[in-house]
Design a protein around this ligand. Structure first.
Ligand SMILES: *[C@@H]1O[C@H](CO)[C@@H](O)[C@H](O)[C@H]1NC(C)=O
Ligand SMILES: *[C@@H]1O[C@H](CO)[C@@H](O)[C@H](O)[C@H]1NC(C)=O
Ligand SMILES: *[C@@H]1O[C@H](CO)[C@@H](O)[C@H](O)[C@H]1NC(C)=O
Ligand SMILES: *[C@@H]1O[C@H](CO)[C@@H](O)[C@H](O)[C@H]1NC(C)=O
Ligand SMILES: *[C@@H]1O[C@H](CO)[C@@H](O)[C@H](O)[C@H]1NC(C)=O
Ligand SMILES: *[C@@H]1O[C@H](CO)[C@@H](O)[C@H](O)[C@H]1NC(C)=O
Ligand SMILES: *[C@@H]1O[C@H](CO)[C@@H](O)[C@H](O)[C@H]1NC(C)=O
Ligand SMILES: *[C@@H]1O[C@H](CO)[C@@H](O)[C@H](O)[C@H]1NC(C)=O
Ligand SMILES: *[C@@H]1O[C@H](CO)[C@@H](O)[C@H](O)[C@H]1NC(C)=O
Ligand SMILES: *[C@@H]1O[C@H](CO)[C@@H](O)[C@H](O)[C@H]1NC(C)=O
Ligand SMILES: *[C@@H]1O[C@H](CO)[C@@H](O)[C@H](O)[C@H]1NC(C)=O
Ligand SMILES: *[C@@H]1O[C@H](CO)[C@@H](O)[C@H](O)[C@H]1NC(C)=O
Length: 437
């Protein structure tokens, strides 16, 4: 394996280039001193060639140059005006092929990537085809690319993902399909991509994700589905993603979270559900996510949080519930979140805070509560006093400074400044009184 696993194809190509940077510098120097178009004898006119690396980037080429020697390893044809991509079959040693933005789109209407385009490129590890407005990809076009690790197809106009399209890409590590026009992700579309770790399907006009769409992706670590039009997610869709670390579902139209939805995601670290239309969090909805550390649920319509909704989130450190319609907090709500460090409850409709609500949050360092119509009363005073007492070393309310909304005479008064003299409560000295209430 010559590609570093955690790098993008472009970065990989850059790594190859870095090895020959000195040569490159020399070459550039020669360029500036002479009018020779290149040093390598076989280097096509206009291109820049360094050993097995052929740079034909942004050269106004309207066709693939003739006589490219078969031994080259990197070919960059990006930003040209090429229409025919079917004459590379002799480059059997090619490892990186860059054909990003290689067609002049104002100049042609070829929208199909045809069968045979990449025949014989069995050593190809990186294929960059992004930004070409391809509409259709013929089934079988990637069939012989048995070494392929990086396949970039973002910023095209792909509207159909045939279930056989990626068949045989058993080494694939990263696949980008973001910024396309895919309406439906079919069952089995990514079947057998057993090495895939990153799949980007964001901003692709996806409205439906079928059960089985992500079957067999047992190595997948990052799945991006944000910025689509997803309303419903079939139960079980994420079931077999046992390596998944990060799941992006923000900026969709999801309104219901099935309690089994995230069932198999035992490794999940980060879950993003911001900017959806979720109104309710059900009991056990996040059960089994015992590794989850960051949960984004902000900018939804959450009104009802069932008791036990956050059960078992024993690793959770950051919980975003801001910009929702939460009216009510109860004593059981955050129970068990013993690692929780940051809790965002600002921009909701919370009026009352039962003292003890956050008692179990022994690791809490920041609590956002501003922009809630808080009613300042004996309970809130008790809550604030408990806060001060439980976290003497830190100011958990920090400087977001929540203030009273009711009663009118206390409007805008900072929560941090209320004292027992503001109310007529005689039991507040005893912080434990709520326990016997
Ligand atoms: C693939 O390579 C073989 C042998 O090198 C050659 O005969 C064949 O024409 C190539 N295929 C294409 C589509 O060029
Ligand atoms: C694309 O082709 C058109 C028509 O031939 C030409 O005017 C234009 O300059 C080309 N654009 C680029 C970016 O090469
Ligand atoms: C564009 O498409 C039209 C009709 O589909 C076809 O007649 C024409 O030859 C195409 N032009 C190019 C440059 O492929
Ligand atoms: C795959 O390779 C085989 C043999 O090397 C060849 O016959 C076939 O046409 C290739 N298929 C594609 C889709 O390139
Ligand atoms: C997945 O692989 C299995 C066995 O390797 C094969 O039978 C099946 O057809 C493949 N499925 C797809 C959709 O490629
Ligand atoms: C996206 O695909 C749909 C069909 O699925 C089509 O109606 C629409 O025109 C496409 N949008 C663009 C920008 O091509
Ligand atoms: C998943 O993999 C198994 C075994 O490799 C295979 O039999 C099955 O067809 C695959 N599932 C799908 C949906 O391709
Ligand atoms: C996925 O695509 C989005 C654009 O839709 C981009 O901002 C993001 O960086 C991509 N992420 C990865 C890991 O490719
Ligand atoms: C998204 O898909 C719908 C059909 O499902 C289509 O009408 C619409 O034009 C597409 N939007 C874009 C931006 O392509
Ligand atoms: C999960 O994997 C099991 C066994 O590997 C398989 O039978 C099942 O169909 C898969 N389910 C999904 C939703 O991919
Ligand atoms: C959000 O969901 C509600 C029902 O819960 C529905 O009435 C409303 O139309 C949805 N909003 C959007 C933008 O789809
Ligand atoms: C929490 O996990 C335990 C076992 O780890 C399980 O028995 C229990 O059902 C889970 N709780 C919820 C609410 O799912």
């Amino acid at each position: 394996m010559t590609l570093p696993m955690h790098q993008d194809a472009a970065a990989a190509a850059a790594a190859v280039l870095r090895r020959t940077r000195m040569i490159l510098l020399l070459l550039l120097l020669m360029f500036s001193l002479s009018s020779f178009p290149s040093v390598t004898a076989e280097c096509p006119e206009k291109c820049l060639c360094i050993e097995e690396i052929f740079f034909c980037h942004k050269k106004g080429l309207d066709r693939i140059p003739d006589r490219i020697p078969p031994a080259i390893k990197v070919l960059d044809l990006s930003y040209n005006e090429i229409m025919d991509i079917e004459s590379l079959a002799h480059l059997t040693e090619l490892e990186t092929l860059i054909e990003s933005y290689f067609r002049n789109l104002s100049n042609n209407n070829i929208s199909e990537l045809k069968h045979g385009a990449f025949a014989n490129l069995s050593k190809l590890q990186s294929l960059l085809l992004n930004g070409n407005k391809f509409e259709n990809i013929e089934t079988g076009v990637f069939n012989n690319l048995t070494s392929l690790e990086f396949l970039l197809l973002h910023e095209n106009n792909i509207h159909k993902l045939d279930s056989e399209i990626f068949k045989g890409l058993t080494k694939l590590y990263k696949l980008t399909l973001n910024n396309n026009n895919i309406s439906e992700v079919k069952n089995g579309a990514f079947a057998n991509l057993s090495k895939l770790q990153i799949l980007n399907l964001s901003n692709s006009n996806i409205s439906e994700v079928k059960n089985g769409a992500f079957a067999n992706l047992s190595k997948l670590q990052t799945l991006l589905l944000n910025g689509n039009k997803i309303e419903n997610i079939e139960t079980g869709v994420f079931n077999n993603l046992t390596s998944l670390d990060s799941l992006s579902l923000h900026d969709n139209n999801i309104h219901k979270l099935d309690s089994e939805m995230f069932k198999g995601l035992t490794r999940l670290f980060k879950l993003m559900l911001s900017n959806n239309n979720i109104s309710e969090l059900k009991h056990g909805g996040f059960a089994n996510l015992s590794e989850l550390q960051i949960l984004y649920l902000d900018n939804n319509k959450i009104e009802n949080i069932e008791t036990g909704a956050f059960n078992n989130l024993t690793s959770l450190k950051v919980l975003h519930l801001d910009y929702n319609n939460i009216h009510k907090l109860d004593l059981e709500m955050f129970k068990g979140l013993r690692k929780l460090d940051k809790l965002f409850l600002d921009h909701n409709m919370i009026r009352h805070i039962p003292p003890g609500t956050i008692d179990s949050l022994t690791s809490l360092s920041l609590l956002w509560l501003d922009h809630n119509p808080l009613t300042c009363d004996c309970n809130i005073l008790l809550f604030v006093n408990v806060l001060k007492k439980s976290y003497p070393q830190r100011d958990v309310l920090w400087d977001n400074d929540p203030s009273c909304h009711f009663p009118v005479e206390m409007k805008e008064k900072s929560l941090k400044e209320i004292t027992k003299n503001d109310f007529n409560c005689n039991v507040v000295e005893n912080e434990l009184f709520y326990l016997i209430m």
